[in-house]
Design a binder for this molecule. Sequence first.
Ligand code: AHR
Length: 349
Amino acid sequence: MFRFKKLAFLFIVTAMILAACGGGAEAPAPAEPAEPEAPAEPEMPEGGLACSPNCQYSDMVVGFLQTGSEGGWRAANTASFKETAETLGLTLKFYDSQNDLAKQVAGFQQFIQDPEVNVIVMSPLEVTGWDQVLTDAKAAGKPVLLSDRRIDGFEDYYVTFIGADFVEEGRKAGREMCKLLEGSESKNVWELQGNVGAAPAIDRGTGFRETAGECGIEVTKTQTANWSVSEGKQVTEAWLKETQDVQGIFGQNDEMAFGAIEALKEAGLVPAVDVKIISVDATAGAFQAMLDGTLNVTVECNPLLAPQVYEAALAALNGESLPKWIPSEESVFFMDDPNLQSIADGRKY
Ligand code: AHR
């Protein structure tokens, strides 16, 4: 034991002498200013949040990637997320992607890096483009939920999708257009599509053609009008300059149908009479158009998704398994419904 102490003492003395004499080694260059600490990797603790499996809404910090603000439906959807977050007492970080896919991907990366955010919810602008961020979110251990719109593939990279069956919405519209054009010699229908690459634009078109085709309807013109009234009007005006041989217009949302109604009126045609019109969403504006007699049918797409989404997000944080798709409940509404006014009065959006 002692021998050891002696050696140690000798060692220390030698080291001190060396240090005093510059140890033969170059005096350490003045330390470079330390590189700023890279932000801590957003590590979700193994197995999820510390509070799991008893996390509460107050533990949730939701990073929500909204598409943008393209109309009445989106406004109701955004309000649903903001108001429900307040009611439940969870923290919502709201990101407006301004209908720009690159911005939405950048926002996603931001939420992956944000150490406060513990669950990510996205309303995807398009069905593809999510490979990298979904892989990164998984690596960071952050659960991802899809709200309103589906994406192609990557089922193992998101917890669940809560939203509509857009194909079925299209089928409903096709069935109703068949009824409206029953007995009509020609059944030429024009379609105003949503933004290119978006699940509702792709799926509503698929569903509509499936059922409308069964009664001999032909979609003779189709073009995107980006969910907007003004583009819906412009596109319809351009078509009407080419021909007025149209018996029906399918607006993949209310706003585009409103644009078509204006264009028909300015062309001297009577909307919902000379040309049958069907839209999707069933917002307050659609009920007003039906009460005004200018829109025949609107197929509901429910924007009030937040309560279901937050409930599923909490379940995910608590390690519960969820079905891959939680479809939302939806109906169809008609201009010639005798109770239309009272239905309209009872609507939340
Ligand atoms: O994803 C739902 C669609 O998005 C709505 O039908 C449309 O109005 C909105 O832009």
